[in-house]
Write a protein of this length. Structure first.
Length: 214
């Protein structure tokens, strides 16, 4: 599949890209700046020994069959209107977590409940948003030499869209669990705040989550 990663110049997006390249998918790095995107694409190409292209976020969203949001929550309101048209008819994966560092509360979801629901609201019903990959740390994604010790929890309102994202997760070796409708996205995003706190307490970079009892 041809996957456009918006904010793919960052740690999380680049890590997802590397894992998907390894699984045989084709990657387009999106950025606010075309030259930054091309530079990261060259870097990923060299690491994965595969061709990767880099372009602006709107161009990447147009070129991709599936679009991944991998930029900070602060960029949601400015970036999504620019890519709205390109996302119509596509699955849009949100890995965005609304975190505020240095304030009274680390997890700071928007009034609608989650970044993923806000993305769905901005993109409209023509895009099918699936919330996923929040618990897969960038550090873990980049360590290609070992499998990722974490379950992939995803949620969304369109069963076929969730199935596509589940297949993308399975292609990087993850056990995938359907965590219900998009209204559960705040719960998934909040777990990342918990993992970030655990990372800080225990001096880790890659704490994750596994569901027991299955
Ligand atoms: N890092 C992790 O382990 C991890 C794990 C789970 C989920 N996440 C979530 O995944 C997303 C990306 O995380 P990250 O660690 O990769 O973040 P990051 O490195 O800080 O940012 C990723 C990219 O987003 C773009 N960006 C930054 N500020 C932006 C803005 N205001 N508007 C639009 N684009 C902006 C930048 O690309 P350009 O400057 O090239 O446009 C940057 O390279 C976040 O929402 C984060 O909460 C991260």
């Amino acid at each position: 599949m041809k996957i456009a990663i918006l904010g793919g110049t960052g740690k999380e997006g680049a890590g997802l890209g590397l894992r998907w390249l390894k699984a045989g998918h084709s990657i387009i790095v999106g950025s606010r700046d075309a030259e930054r995107a091309r530079a990261k694409a060259r870097e990923l190409s060299a690491q994965a020994r595969d061709e990767v292209s880099g372009m602006t976020n709107p161009e990447a969203a147009r070129a991709g069959e599936l679009v991944v949001l991998a930029f900070p929550y602060a960029g949601l309101a400015a970036t999504l209107p620019e890519v709205k048209e390109a996302c119509q008819g596509k699955v849009v994966v949100s890995a965005v977590v609304p975190l505020t560092f240095g304030g009274a509360r680390l997890f700071t979801p928007p009034p609608i409940g989650s970044a993923a629901e806000e993305a769905q609201q901005i993109l409209g019903p023509g895009a099918r948003v699936v919330a996923a990959f929040h618990h897969i740390a960038a550090h873990e994604l980049a360590s290609l030499e070992h499998p990722i010790e974490c379950d992939l929890l995803l949620c969304g309102d369109a069963a076929a869209a969730k199935q596509q994202v589940a297949e993308l997760g399975a292609s990087m070796g993850l056990r995938v669990l359907d965590a219900g409708p998009l209204s559960n996205a705040g719960l998934l995003e909040g777990i990342t705040a918990l993992l970030a706190t655990i990372n800080r307490r225990y001096k880790l970079k890659n704490s994750g989550i596994k569901i027991t009892g299955l």
